[in-house]
Design a binder for this molecule. Sequence first.
Ligand SMILES: [Zn+2]
Ligand SMILES: [Zn+2]
Length: 275
Amino acid sequence: MALARERRLPELVEQNDLHGLLHCHTDFSDGGNTLEEMAEATRKRGYHYFGVADHSRSAGYAGGLSIDEVQEQHALADELNASYRGKFRILKGIESDILQDGSLDYPDEVLASFDFVVASVHSRFRLDAKTQTVRIVRAVSNPFTTILGHLTGRMLLRRPGYEVDIEAILSACAEHGVAVEINANPHRLDLDWRWHGRALELGCMFSINPDAHSIDELDLTRWGVLMARKGGIPPERVLNSLDLKRITAFFDARHASRTRNRRRGQSAVKNGSRT
Ligand SMILES: [Zn+2]
Ligand SMILES: [Zn+2]
């Protein structure tokens, strides 16, 4: 109300601002449709990219991908991408389990082969708040992490979120340039809209993700858009409101800065200096 009186209402993200979808599953893990079917259904809905993010290898219950399967999926994505001739693109992602110690689920050279990584907790929900927060902050600090999936893990009407210091996790996301997921599945709607304003203040980016496990679930995205609007999020703070050219440039820039930092780290070790 006060904002409206002062004519300072922000422009809110709309469905049409979204140029693509990130965090979707296929039958490589626990999804019901093939990569080609999911990508094609996404293209038909008017989007310009499909970000596949199947489960990672520790998620045995959900058919998580072995390293061989990751390579197989990437080869298929390359083949399909060639047929789209630049008009549409499958972006290669993974929903990496956050392991108990906060590390991600593949060695660095495999993580480096993805365009983006959604890091999510799928196990050990009952750690005490401090341990759980340290674990998630460690995953957010990992240079390969692009998006933090369903931050609190809540399932509406089924289970509360895990005990965590949300403020500390959001600060880490802002510091490391990791987008906070607004998981659009109506059972999750996580991060809750009541935290969006604080996340904006801290400087966080968001990603509105359907976490689709089938073609129909691609349309769950709209619940995420509604929540983001309720939370006051403008389009420029939403990762997947970037068009195909900009989001690939964004991923490339993160990739380049990782490589630079690694080289710097290696030469520091060689020179015996500590930075
Ligand atoms: Zn998940
Ligand atoms: Zn998922």
